[in-house]
Write a new protein. Sequence first.
Length: 286
Amino acid sequence: MLKNTSIDSLLNRVSVDIDLEIVTVDDINYENVLQRPKSELSQWLYCVLHTGNSNLLTPHTARNDLQPIIADSIQDHTILVPSTNFAIDNVTYSEVGGVRINKQSVNNKLELSSKRPNLTPGFYMFVATNNLSTIRYYVGTDNPEDAIKIWSATIDKLLKDNVEFSGKVLSSTESYPRNDSVVFYSDVNNSEMVQMALLDVIQDVNPLHTGLVPSPFTKVLYDSLSTAEQPLDSKGIRQSLGEQRTEILAESILDTFTTGLDFEKLLTKRLEIAKVDISDLSKNRY
């Protein structure tokens, strides 16, 4: 049986037809490949392959409608973050991650809310760490009710155990279903505790995820829970896992159409250049 993250498993789902200029993922076609921009192909692959929901290509009409419900599902919490002070026209500001805040830090630390509703487009984020996150955990659900239950219950459990982490949940009803309805981030030292907390909560909630096919870029751990490593940032643009992997796939597809060379060989080469583990696409190759 093939691992869901093997390159062979990916190739079983993706096919290219040079003569007809069509890419097929499962039973969904993308036509006129060379007449459309690479970014459009990447976005299509991201939605169909990684998120598992091709309907995301349709513009949403009610963005972030779930934010009030999500905010009420978790307790208030603050975190001290590294910051620097600077003055403009005799007014002192703090700067955190390039963002100017009208508040003065103490000892280069600024107390901020862990609730970050607009930090990541389309998601509601909760931040409880300043560490660099290298491990990701994904939970797929059909509906926001299950996703919010899993997200909030996992946050409560991790805070009680003093675990450092970040976690986000989709904030628009129209975004569901998705393989990444809930995403948690951690460093290596905290990853096992995050994983165990998620497993406990998922078993309690038993979320619906009918029809969702797991992303070929995340390794399935249990039911709708999967994991992957933070992709290596070779371009300096901090791409997400799905963005990086689908861009590589899109470039390999275009290479195939323009050169006529073997798709598998071209894809393998691009993955190797990006330091992706060919035997397990959820991991990096060091």
